[in-house]
Ligand binder design. Sequence first.
Ligand SMILES: Cc1ncc(COP(=O)(O)O)c(C=O)c1O
Length: 410
Amino acid sequence: MGRLAINGGEKVRERAFPSWPVYDEREREALNEVLESGKWWYGEKVREFEEKFAAYQDANYGITTTNGTVALEISLISAGVGAGYEVIIPSYTFVATATAVLKANAVPVFVDIEPETFNIDPDKIEEAITDRTRAIIPVHFGGLPVDMDEITAIARSHGLLIIEDAAHAWGSRWKGRGVGAIGDLGIFSFQMSKNITAGEGGIILTNDEELADTCRSYTNCGRGKEKPWYEHYLLGGNYRMTEFQAAILLAQLTRLDEQVAIREENARRLDQGLSGLRGISVVRRDPRVTRRSYHLYCFRYHAEQLDGVPRARFIEAMNAEGIPCYTGYPHPVYKNPLFTRKGSGPRYCPVSCPYYGGDMDYTEVSCPVAERVCQEAVWLKQFVLLGTKEDMDDIIKAAEKVIENIDELR
Ligand SMILES: Cc1ncc(COP(=O)(O)O)c(C=O)c1O
């Protein structure tokens, strides 16, 4: 029998971490109010949530959607991104960042990330810009704001749009400004795992009234502002949120400040405890990040410093100690069959589109940092960070224990 729980030793902890979603009487009452009002459809609650959430992130306008994926698609289309254009995105993100570009008939161009932040590397953006580039989508990965000073400077000097993928970043602030409202447009997700959730849901933020009206029209069957109901101006769809979703989100929003503060404090404790350990490096936080939502707490595991013991074994050992960590994305987005299966997928624009005229071949894309991070990353979910100081200390203790006894895993 070894010391590690995976080899029959005593576990660091038996107790479960907090679970998700968090709800109480606030959600119950809000849902009942909508139920009993008989007004279930796209009304007062949706408007109230749009206003409150936009104000929370410092934006002038908020347009809710059915989810974050369509929020991205509609943002791109509303900003005029379409056939013949390229859009720069990070290679380490959820697939929706890339598919939204394809759905807008444009071509995603993958840029590598910074190993210390998991965010797009601003120094690598310029070399990816061509005369077809129309927009950049910075993803605030795990809720950590991208360097928006750099992104804004690059976008300005090349005349590019910025559409922030803030799907993980409710409450995050760059130099005191709410993310998602720094670029031309920004989107958030309220899917079940997210830090405020209605099961599904999304929102687009912007400070530009015309863009806001266009986004609204696309989400609402192409209708015109203050125009007759059965008159349709754009090729829109029905991407409207319900009053039930908005009611839950309004209740969730009342808890967000407190939860952000708890996660930030716990993350600081984890950073302190984990950063000194052999073979572990924690994420770098730029001092200009004035608030961070922590949708994920991530660190990197360097097998080469730990006798070559693979990350998968480390994670199994941590799980056996009672710590629910996992690996995250298995590979950068461009390695998905959607991109590598050249010509054998459904035939759609844009990559094989005559408007494009380029010759994008995703099998030739190489982002070595993202590929390495996919092998090194260890993720903890946001609700683990809602635990107590003792819960965080258990995570640190388990990592210390596994690393001290790494020879048991060989
Ligand atoms: C970075 C990123 N962008 C966009 C989305 C899409 O959001 P949704 O799941 O609400 O469609 C997600 C979802 O997890 C995401 O992680």
